[in-house]
Design a binder for this molecule. Structure first.
Ligand SMILES: [Ca+2]
Length: 420
């Protein structure tokens, strides 16, 4: 008996340890097309029976019922064929109808949440809408904008780069641990936003179903109490580690320096593109987020002079990233942990999705990676998924109630990826 225990011990020690020899193989993957010919699907959220709510960035909110029927629930300005339409909701650039989340207590309250850009407040704001789904899941009603003051980048404040709607954040996820709603927001190419104690861009918010601050968010004195972490650039991936429920973001960085970060309450993610910070001078349009050259590709030899995603010189207590893309490709837009024995060696690991082929001539762009994160969330090792379907712009990743991975791509398809 003692010998048997010793023989199995190395497997336990090595499981999930970055750099360690991995005893469990990667799963083989099959794929199925769930929906296609969509218009820029952005996110999905599931009920336990497989009902799948999904957003299309410039059209609105729909649902795919377990029998395969699709019902269009809430349209945006100029959308056609929806059960109801909200004329204040619009899309522009990266902004539009984005994240979607189901209330953990949906069976009782039937609440659903979407992140959407609205014209109700000039010059446009991003909002978190709470909706009530009817009994047969064919309509929504009772809209309440539980957050109505997330910054949006409008035309008047455009810069020489990015366009209106840029750096718009937009992922919504309920924590399976504490039950609160987490919301990622972008810096909107406005340098004062990410470190601002009151502006809600460049943040992760943590709120209850009415939009009120959750307890113990931990941000410094003087901060809006809804702020959980700050100093972000454009987080669009948000996921919770199985077991510990620790939240992680995946966010876009300049020159392909995308980051995955383990969040802690009140933490600063260390992004500060203001002029005259950290030895920088003035920058065009007051935004140093692409300093020093502002427009062109990074010169790898000059990497240390480029704007850091986590400025540890200015903010030594900032949250260290677990992983940085370090120039490999541009645009990490989604992340989810996967769990369950069917995932074999990937059980408990994070899948991250990229959407950036051809940007600045990078050779690898549209891909899914698997990150094996250390227990302390401060380091990770990466492998790349051998895709069963064509590479595409990976916008959303969600593990469904059936344990499979659902993947939305900008090209208009939602896939189901099934480990074999
Ligand atoms: Ca950071």
């Amino acid at each position: 008996m003692k010998r048997l225990l010793l023989a199995t011990l190395p497997c336990i020690l090595f499981a999930g340890s970055p750099g360690g020899k991995d005893p469990a193989p990667a799963p083989a993957l099959a794929h199925t097309v769930v929906l296609t010919k969509l218009d820029a699907p952005w996110d999905m959220a599931f009920l336990p029976d497989g009902t799948m709510f999904f957003t299309e960035k410039c059209l609105g909110l729909s649902v795919r019922l377990p029998n395969g029927t699709v019902v269009k629930l809430l349209g945006m300005k100029d959308s056609k064929g929806y059960a109801s339409t909200a004329n204040d909701l619009f899309c522009e650039g990266q902004a539009g109808m984005q994240g979607v989340a189901v209330d953990p207590d949906f069976a009782r309250n039937r609440f659903l949440y979407v992140y959407a850009t609205s014209s109700l407040t000039a010059p446009g704001t991003n909002r978190v809408l709470r909706l009530k789904v009817n009994a047969d899941v064919t309509a929504v009603s009772g809209r309440v904008d539980i957050v109505a003051d997330i910054p949006y980048k409008d035309k008047a404040n455009d810069l020489p780069f990015g366009g209106p709607g840029a750096h718009n954040g937009g992922r919504l996820r309920f924590s399976p641990g504490d039950g609160y709603l987490y919301v990622t927001t972008g810096d909107t190419h406005n340098s004062v936003v990410p470190q601002s104690p009151t502006l809600l861009g460049g943040k992760v918010l943590r709120i209850d179903r009415d939009g009120k601050a959750a307890p113990n968010n931990g941000a410094p004195a003087g901060f809006d109490r809804r702020i959980y972490t700050y100093g972000h650039r454009n987080p669009q991936g948000l996921t919770f580690r199985p077991g510990t429920h620790q939240p992680f973001t995946a966010e876009n960085g300049p020159w392909h320096s995308d980051e995955v970060t383990a969040l802690r309450a009140g933490g600063n993610a260390g992004w500060d593109p203001r002029p005259n910070m950290a030895g920088r001078g003035d920058c065009p349009a007051g935004y140093c987020g692409y300093s020093p050259n502002q427009m062109g590709p990074m010169d790898p030899k000059e990497r240390s002079a480029y704007m850091p995603m986590t400025d540890l010189k200015t903010y030594p207590d900032a949250m260290r990233p677990a992983w940085n893309n370090d120039g490999l490709s541009q645009g990490m837009f989604s992340a989810t942990f996967v769990s369950g024995p069917q995932w074999k060696g990937w059980d408990g690991r994070m899948i991250v999705g990229f959407a950036g082929i051809g940007m600045h001539g990078t050779p690898v762009g549209n891909r899914l990676d698997v990150l094996d994160l250390a227990a302390d969330g401060l380091s990770a090792t990466r492998t790349t998924v051998k895709l069963p379907m064509p590479a595409a712009r990976f916008r959303s990743l969600v593990q469904g109630p059936d344990g499979n991975l659902y993947v939305a791509v900008d090209e208009g398809t939602i896939y189901r990826m099934t480990p074999q």
